[in-house]
Ligand binder design. Structure first.
Ligand code: BGC
Length: 754
């Protein structure tokens, strides 16, 4: 035992510092690290190797007495397992490393993971909300702050970004991603990966960055009927064109790890898919990091019906290329036997262990397992004032103005009036962070009420308040009091939404209207014949058809996080002019889902001028279009896009076309417009979407100002998987639009690819 410790300590000294010349793309290209990994591997028994491929959750209290301890507690105490997750303080993470250093034979440092999804201690708007800012720098910055905070308590690895494309509002996890579009989703995936990890893998040597994890590979967002964990029933083409691009983009940005998805695709559960984890990810895309299963997903191969017991499940997953097993202990309990019986070769185990150890070397953990751990850093990093300021900025940039009749918003500070604040989200703090809110303190998030009180403290507005109802139940007992408070007021501002548990994992809904008695309360308030505005706090697109018809103004604030009330108050008061645009369609009702802008035409598309002609692809009861489209969002000012020009209308192979347009702020407020470029391939060897986003620019404009936007359309933007699944661009006619949303077709032009 002593001898080995000396050997490892000696190796640690020898291993100090990583090779500066290694490439970002393939971690395994670093020869120095490769040699170090091999020398550790040479010391390891099969049991020790398999333990490195194992991850368990812990609250940090792992030194339990042997008499009553569970298997997991024993594994944690022995200090041999590769990774621990859910330990979120320096103190607890030190305990985890101590177990490895003091109790294990080889003293291999432990990799510590956690779901740092939209902030660690400072909670930012939920990822879907942030995506509506279309501000890649902002998203990179918030991911970076999350990394700074998480790493300050000794976390090395986040299970984020979640890059699953989502087209179905019933699915609770739409809140975690970047919406429905593969192009925007890919750019956001890259921004978030770089935010967590830094610019290059050299940055991972710093103690203020963390490993990212692109999840859930693959097509978890395609869960049938929007029911979590359900099968993803989709064509090879849709998989490649719609769902895979963000995962691929994450690899291009150098993501260190991937997580498996719970679902199956075409009869193959992703956690056992050799196609996904070996052929596509490693061989085609050249991924050099390691893959972890989702929580107990290896064991679930039995319930899926592709493995008869845990041993078969372990063999299937590891042979597919899943290096680490999260939470279920299936590898550690079964892999040795699987190797002995020849179901898994030891070289497969060695490769997985190599990938895991490599990451520990890259992070410098062999040099010093405690290098991330400092109480002082934890104290000085969490909730830094500048982090909170960024969080506030992220809130106002994520809030989408869906409707604003008669300029209900902004609420003028100088107008002497009484505003009735009604609804369960006015004073609610608990739900503001939404799901997956790290170590965020739900009692610290700024309520809308507190945000407004601070904002309007020296104003002429007088506020009165009543809760009216709760977020969930049908209890109408507080209606009367709310109505009497509302009667005293000149206008009514209602705050409603979903409890944070109503979106997120295993939080799917078949009715996506406002839950409980909330809509009933709105209906009663409407009868008072006063102007009514609605601020929504929720995790998914809701069916807002009634609200759209009947309420003057609707502000979608999502789950905004720690600085919720301040950021939303900035928008309500007009100190920030809303600039966000939806990245997911809002259906007219749940019967329309899945609904997305980049759909196919069909052989019988409706004629928009005459939509109800028989034997066309339509519904008898509602229009085909969503209530609010992808790319839609209002501002307090107005914009117009004019003067669309193409420098040529014919593109040669390998060439490009320059597209320009003028965007003018035609209203009274300064503001920002997200100008969007969409393209449609009219005729091809396979059917193409009616339009696809291929570029965008967020342009800030003073009132009255005009700026030119410029896009370069290249052959790359016209590529797709042809009849034979070759990724190519086919000659022919195309249409493009420079637009304010996916529904805006005012500025249209034609061109061709020669
Ligand atoms: C989720 C993952 C998450 C993991 C660990 C699972 O249930 O699907 O997204 O990273 O738990 O918390």
């Amino acid at each position: 035992m002593k001898k080995l410790f000396i050997a490892v300590s000696f190796l640690s000294i020898l291993f100090c510092g990583c090779n500066k010349n290694s490439s970002w793309q393939s971690f395994s290209k670093d020869k120095t690290i490769e040699q170090k990994v091999d020398s550790v591997l040479a010391l390891m028994t099969l049991d020790e190797k398999i333990a490195q491929m194992t991850q368990f959750a812990s609250n940090g209290e792992i030194i339990t007495g042997p008499a009553s301890e569970s298997d997991v507690a024993r594994y944690l105490r022995e200090g041999t397992i590769g990774s621990v997750f859910n330990t979120v303080t320096v103190e607890n993470n030190r305990t985890v490393q101590d177990a490895a250093m003091q109790n294990s034979r080889l003293k291999i440092p432990v990799l510590i993971g956690f779901d740092v999804i939209h902030g660690f201690r400072t909670i930012f708007p939920m990822p879907l909300a942030e995506s509506c800012s279309w501000d890649l720098d902002l998203m990179r910055k918030t991911a970076n702050i999350a990394a700074q905070e998480a790493s300050s308590v000794g976390i090395h690895w986040t299970f984020a970004p979640m890059v699953d494309i989502a087209r179905d509002a019933r699915w609770g996890r739409v809140m975690e991603g970047a919406g429905e579009d593969p192009y925007l989703g890919s750019l956001i995936a890259q921004a978030r990966v770089k935010g967590f990890q830094g610019e290059s893998w050299e940055s991972l040597k710093e103690t203020n960055t963390i490993l990212a994890c692109a999840k859930h590979f693959a097509a978890y967002g395609a869960a049938e009927a929007g029911r979590d964990y359900n099968v993803a029933e989709l064509s090879e083409r849709t998989l490649h064109e719609i769902y895979l691009p963000p995962y691929k983009a994450a690899n291009e940005a150098g993501v260190a790890t991937y997580m498996t998805a719970f679902n199956e695709i075409g009869g193959v559960p992703c956690t056992g898919s050799k196609y996904l984890f070996t052929d596509l990810l490693r061989k085609d895309w050249g991924f050099g990091g390691f893959a972890v299963s989702d929580h107990t997903a290896v064991k679930e191969l039995i319930a899926h019906g592709v493995a008869k017991d845990e041993k078969e499940a372990a063999a299937l997953a590891v042979n597919a290329g899943v290096d680490m097993d999260m939470a279920d202990g299936v590898y550690i309990e079964n892999l040795k036997k699987a190797v002995e019986e020849g179901l898994v070769s030891e070289s497969v185990i060695d490769n997985s262990v190599r990938r895991i150890l490599e990451m520990k070397f890259i992070l410098g953990l062999f040099d010093d397992p405690y290098r991330y751990l400092s109480e002082e850093r934890e104290k000085s990093t969490l909730l830094k004032p500048e982090f909170l300021e960024t969080a506030r900025d992220a809130v106002r940039k994520s809030v989408v103005l869906l409707k604003n009749d008669n300029s209900y918003f902004p609420l003028d500070k100088n107008k002497g009036q009484t505003v009735a604040l009604i609804g369960p989200m006015v004073k609610n703090q608990r739900s503001l962070n939404g799901e997956w809110a790290g170590r965020g303190n739900r009692n610290e998030s700024v309520s809308l009420f507190d945000g407004l009180m601070e904002k309007y403290k020296d104003s002429k507005i007088r506020f009165v308040y009543a809760e009216g109802c709760d977020l969930i139940t049908n209890d109408r007992s507080k209606f009367m009091q709310a109505l009497s408070v509302a009667r005293q007021a000149d206008i009514i501002l209602v705050a409603m939404g979903e409890d944070f548990n109503w979106s997120g994992e295993a939080a799917c809904r078949t009715d996506i209207r406002l839950p409980g008695a909330q809509q009933e309360l709105l209906k009663e308030l409407k009868k008072l014949n006063k102007k009514v505005g609605l601020v929504l706090f929720n995790g998914r697109p809701l069916d807002l058809s009634w609200e759209h018809e009947n309420i003057d103004a609707i502000l979608e604030a999502w789950y905004p996080g720690t600085m919720a009330g301040h950021g939303v108050a900035d928008v309500i008061a007009g100190d920030y002019n809303p600039s966000a645009k939806l990245t997911i369609s809002f259906p007219r009702n749940v019967g329309q889902v899945p609904i997305y802008y980049n759909h196919k035409n069909t052989g019988r598309p409706v004629d928009p001028a005459n939509p109800k002609v028989d034997y066309r692809s339509f519904y008898l009861d509602v229009d085909n279009s969503p209530l609010y489209s992808f790319g839609y969002g209002l501002s307090y000012t107005s914009f117009s896009i004019n003067n669309l020009k193409l420098d040529k209308t014919s593109m040669t192979k390998g060439g490009s076309i320059v597209v320009t347009a003028d965007v003018t702020n035609t209203g009274k407020y300064d503001g920002a417009e997200v100008v969007q470029l969409y393209i449609h391939d009219i005729t091809a060897s396979v059917t193409r979407p009616v339009k696809e986003l291929k570029g965008f620019e967020k342009v800030s404009l003073k009132a009255g100002e005009t700026k030119q936007v410029k896009f370069e359309v290249s052959e790359k933007n016209l590529m797709f998987y042809d009849l034979n699944m070759n990724y190519t661009a086919e000659p022919g006619a195309f249409k493009l639009w420079v637009a304010s949303s996916s529904a805006d077709e005012t500025n249209e032009a034609d061109f061709e690819l020669e």
